[in-house]
Design a protein around this ligand. Structure first.
Ligand code: SAM
Length: 240
């Protein structure tokens, strides 16, 4: 998969050289390219913004600069992602869908955002999604780019060592929050690891984990239980 990120702060994307995403890049599983939007400016001051038509606070990113950048970076098969607090909410389901894309391009806005004609123009020519991380306002789209790249990249084949861990984890295929996890020592500060996890009895451990996942989901995110496919329930789930 190829991902291009365009930003006026390319240094913000430096963490994508680390950890699993960094390894995926080094292994050739992810072709990630970070670009400086100012490379497409044509004035001495490398201007990317201007005052808003109609007045008001702040600055707006210019469509001509973004147009030159996106014309160079987009490919016919690309999906353009434009982070925005007014966009469609990003979830694990979105990450799963986008992990199947050949090419993603993330256009990171700053200031009051990107001139609205940019989305209009590219939506008429290809696939564009305005994407929101949640109901709050960040200073720029770079954090959204980091989130989207990490959530998508870890779903690419070969990136996470044990693909099993993608099934049981929160918001995974089971549609539940993950059960609590423990490691050594078995007793710490008066808190003991549940006996069943030390029993070596695989079937009981699996049942305990499933029950805990159900309990946690019911207590913390009951909305997720109503979204679950009833086919995914078994008789003992209903006894929890
Ligand atoms: N004036 C815009 C509004 O009220 O909708 C907010 C602009 S914000 C200060 C600057 C940039 O940060 C946005 O263009 C977007 O790229 C990014 N951004 C801010 N909040 C975001 C969020 N919740 N999700 C995704 N991107 C966000």
């Amino acid at each position: 998969m190829r991902i291009d990120v365009v930003s006026i702060f390319p240094e913000y994307l430096a963490p994508l050289d680390l950890s699993l995403v960094g390894k995926a890049r080094a292994a050739g599983l992810l072709d990630l390219r970070v670009h400086d939007l100012r490379g497409w400016t044509d004035d001495r001051h490398r201007t990317v913004d201007d005052t808003p038509f109609g007045g008001g606070a702040g600055m707006v990113m210019r469509p001509d600069v973004w147009g030159r950048a996106l014309d160079d970076v987009l490919t016919p098969e690309a999906r353009l992602l434009v982070p925005s607090p007014a966009g469609e909410r990003f979830t694990q389901r979105t990450a799963e869908r986008w992990a199947g894309e050949e090419h993603l391009v993330v256009a990171c806005g700053r200031y009051e955002g990107i001139d609205a004609r940019v989305v209009e123009h590219y939506a008429a020519r290809g696939r564009v999604t305005e994407v929101s991380l949640g109901d709050y306002v960040l200073n720029g789209g770079e954090v959204a780019a980091l989130v989207v790249v990490e959530a998508v990249a870890r779903l690419l084949p070969g990136v996470v060592g044990n693909p099993e861990s993608l099934v049981e984890e929160s918001h995974g295929a089971a549609g539940l929050l993950e059960y609590p996890v423990y490691t050594k020592p078995p007793s710490w500060q008066g808190h003991d690891v549940p006996d069943v996890l030390l029993s070596g009895h695989h079937a009981r451990i699996a049942r305990w984990r499933r029950d805990e996942a159900l309990r946690r989901t019911a207590a913390r995110r009951p909305d997720l239980l109503t979204l679950r496919d009833p086919q995914g329930w078994d008789r003992r789930d209903l006894e929890v």
